[in-house]
Design a protein around this ligand. Sequence first.
Ligand SMILES: [Zn+2]
Length: 351
Amino acid sequence: MVRLFFVLLLLLPALSVAEGAVQLALEGKPPVTLDEVYHRDGVAYLAVDEVLPVLGLSGSWNSVKHIYSIKTPRGRAQMSPGSQFLRLGGQFQPLTNPPSFIDGRLRVDENFVVIHLPALLNLSVYYRNLDPTVEQLPAPSSLDRLFSFLLRKQKPAGVKGLRAVAIDPAHGGADPGSMGPNGLKEKDVVLAVAQGLQKRFKMHLGLPVYLSRDADYSLTAAQRFAAVNKPEVDALILLHAQAALSETARGAVLFIRPQEQRAADGGGDSMALASQLRQALSQAGILVTAIERAPLLPLGQGDLPTVLVELGYLSNSTDRELLGQSAGQERLAEALYRGLKAFAQQQQEIE
Ligand SMILES: [Zn+2]
């Protein structure tokens, strides 16, 4: 019985949820008390529907596309549950913690309210957490702690090429990621592509590929990136797919850490990896719209060659043909495999 109790404890969500209250206002306006506040891991989460009116904004949830859209003076800002950034036009505002559904409502963390939204909209916001247990600065979330670790290249001198690759098919389990109008889920697309990539590495190169998940289940942040710190991992690919309110948005986008852009040699190894992936995708007839520099948390710090690949838009019918069918998923896997192989060969020549 005691053992059963412990098993049940382990099955509880790792992040416990508790309630509290906060005060919020546009600077100069009287504060409004929001009392449906949940605390996860020391961070307050607020219902985005309650936050926006206090700041003179409005938003709407598209349950088909799984996108929350905020009407702002600068246009529509969009985000999805589980997404790492808020998008406004071509600009990406990285989020400390992804928005998520808690108790039936889409909730954003307090950093969203006091940092990200004001930064994006040039707003000044008054915010006070009234819960004495979290009155002090919120503890860094486990995600922040995890990514404050450096993802370092750990290659000993004399070792050439790639020794192993880590692939992270994003989301999984209760978190579907983005969704297409026909119910196509990001979590399923990225898993299929990751498995196709792994198969090719095993067949052709005999190289170990570590997937963060090999089926449809959710992962803690620590589990998700456990493989990255294996010393033989010489590259990390994070696979995502996105959705937009506009049907016309399409194409893949590759993201690398911004600090590597400033490397004197023209962008560092992540840029070299992204360039090879872009070339291979283009050669396979797959549209790549850009290589972006974005301080996305999953990219971590450091210099491990890392590229976050947004494979395409689940909301676009052309992209959906590629993303939603196994032939298209195989094409994506083949192109990414060729890109990684070209990167491995390039590394062999340089080192
Ligand atoms: Zn995603």
